[in-house]
Structure formats: C-alpha cells, structure tokens
Design a binder for this molecule. Sequence first.
Ligand SMILES: Nc1nc2c(ncn2[C@@H]2O[C@H](COP(=O)(O)OP(=O)(O)OP(=O)(O)O)[C@@H](O)[C@H]2O)c(=O)[nH]1
Ligand SMILES: [Zn+2]
Length: 328
Amino acid sequence: MTTFYIYLSLVNCHLSTDMRGLVIKNTGSWYTVRTEDGRDIESKIKGNFRLKDIRSTNPIAVGDRVVIDINQEGTAFISEIEDRKNYIIRRASNLSKQSHIIAANLDQAMLIVTVNYPITTTIFIDRFLATAEAYRVPVKLVFNKVDRYRGEDRECLEELIKLYTKIGYPCSKLCARTGEGLDELKAELKDKITLLSGHSGVGKSTIINTMVPGVNLRTGTISEYHNKGMHTTTFSEMIPLPDGGYIIDTPGIKGFGTIEMEGAEVSHYFPEIFSFSSECKFSNCSHRHEPGCAVLKAVENHRISESRYKSYLNILDDKEESKYREEY
Ligand SMILES: Nc1nc2c(ncn2[C@@H]2O[C@H](COP(=O)(O)OP(=O)(O)OP(=O)(O)O)[C@@H](O)[C@H]2O)c(=O)[nH]1
Ligand SMILES: [Zn+2]
C-alpha cells in the first residue's frame, strides 16, 4: 500500500495538469485563471502567443476561456485560448492602430442611467447603445436613484423607459440606496458576464458593494510583485458574484472603448432607424435630406423619436469630421 502511494505522488510530481478555466484578472504579465473546480491559478502566457486579426497590446483579456498547464509550484502556463464570441477594445491612443482588449465574451452590458444627479443625456445613452450593437453585446438600461425624482424628472424617467422599451432595450428601475429593485437586478446578473457602465456618480459602486459584501472596489488587491512596472490601464478584473456570474470592473474606463464605424454603418446600430431605412428611395440614403427618405418621414410622424434621430446625426457628424473619439 505504501509503495502505491509513493508511486502516485512521484507521477504527480512529474506531470503537469491540463485544466480549463476563465481569466478573471489581468495584471499585465500575470493572469488569474479560475478553474472549473473553483481554484484561482496565477498564470502566464507561454512564449509568443499571437492572435490572428487583432493588433492588440494584450493577447488575453478577462473573460477569455483558456486551457492551462498547472506546474508543481501551483502556477500555470496558458496553452490555449478559445474563440471569443465578442470582445470590447480600447485604442492605445487616438492615432494608434494598436488596441487594448478590455474584456471578452460578454453576455451583456448594463448601462446605469440617472436622469438627474448626474444627468445622463440621450446622446450618451444612444452612443452607448450603438456601440454595444456594433460589438454585438446585448444591453439593459437600469434607471437608478428613482427615489430622487419628482415632477419633471419623474416624467422624463417614465418617457425614457417607454422610449427604450419600445425600441427593444429592456429597462428597469432601481433604488440602490434602499435596495428596491436589487433582487430583480441580481436575477439578471446571475451566471452571466456583465459589463457595468455609466457616468461617474450614477451609483455603480453602491450597487456592487451591496451585491458583493466585502468587495474592496478599486483599491487594488494586486500584490506588489505583480504590480511592478505595470501601467494601470493594463489592469482589469471581473468581480465574482455570490450567486454566480461576474461583473466587469474596469477602473478608469467608463464603458466601451471606441469603435470604428463607417458612416453608412451608423444606421445599422439604431434598430428602429435601420428598419425604416429599407423603404428609403435611395439605397445609399444618409437619412439627412434625401427625397423619398422613409426615416425622415418616420421622424415627422413620430414613429422614430427625435432624440434618437438627433443622436444618429450626432454620431454621423462626428464620423464626417473623423472625431468620433470619445469613449463609451
Ligand atoms: N438617492 C440615491 N442616491 C444614490 C443611489 N444610489 C447611489 N446613490 C448615491 O450616489 C452617489 C454616487 O454613488 P457611487 O456608487 O459612488 O457612484 P459610481 O457610479 O460608482 O461613481 P464613480 O465611482 O465615480 O464611477 C453616492 O453618494 C451614493 O450614495 C440611489 O438609489 N438613490
Ligand atoms: Zn433615408
């Protein structure tokens, strides 16, 4: 019997183990991989790991599903990466062709909106939605601080919910302060990878801190060793939710990165505009001034909302002046 045990442990010493896992933290050169059996393994990339088609400063991002070889010390090498269903990027700089992958394999994005305190404009919402469409990430709108609204603010809230629900974006109300609506939100986050976005001050930290007791947001739990010489923008992590699923927390990044959109493409990312555009007289209609434009007609007839049309023009104008550089 004793001989048998010795033999087994010898075998264990000399074999590395292959494991599947999910990258939940990226600190530059190290990645934390959560394995299927629930362990967090510090991992590195083996050799020159290049991905086709993407000129990226980081070949692997949080949300990537990978295969790792665990070695005797308990760390690992990443040997394989699964194809991504989507990913969001940020350009290293305005002029740079190099981009940084913020996260991969998102199941959804949640935009936290406050109609006031602070104001979230429809242009901001629509740019976020259009970018999400381009990335093929489903979006939900969560209207927070509902306890604060009376009169005009309240009406505005109800109007926005009506508008976006009709277009097809699910909307919900939340009061993160009292916890009203939090159970519904929790249910929507369960077992999913979710990017949480929104202006500074809309209540993202409040939401995360309430849902994940003990989480130490944005204070950086990374060790000195991993942190050495690292530029902060290369760091991102997913926060595991107690009931399953992850929230992507990207310090310093308010939402999506920039995305390249061709002028003619912009209408594709406004579902209701796109659906009317098939009836335009000209196939290359910009929906600005052309005769026989079905989109313009729908705006006149209030079948497309003016605010949505304005946002569409706003993105288009930026495109034409090639300054669509802001990040969402
Ligand atoms: N009245 C009210 N206040 C809220 C609610 N949710 C959050 N707040 C308050 O709004 C302020 C900003 O909330 P944070 O959670 O720090 O906002 P944030 O989105 O994380 O902001 P950044 O960290 O700057 O990105 C805090 O004073 C919160 O207490 C709410 O539902 N109702
Ligand atoms: Zn048109």
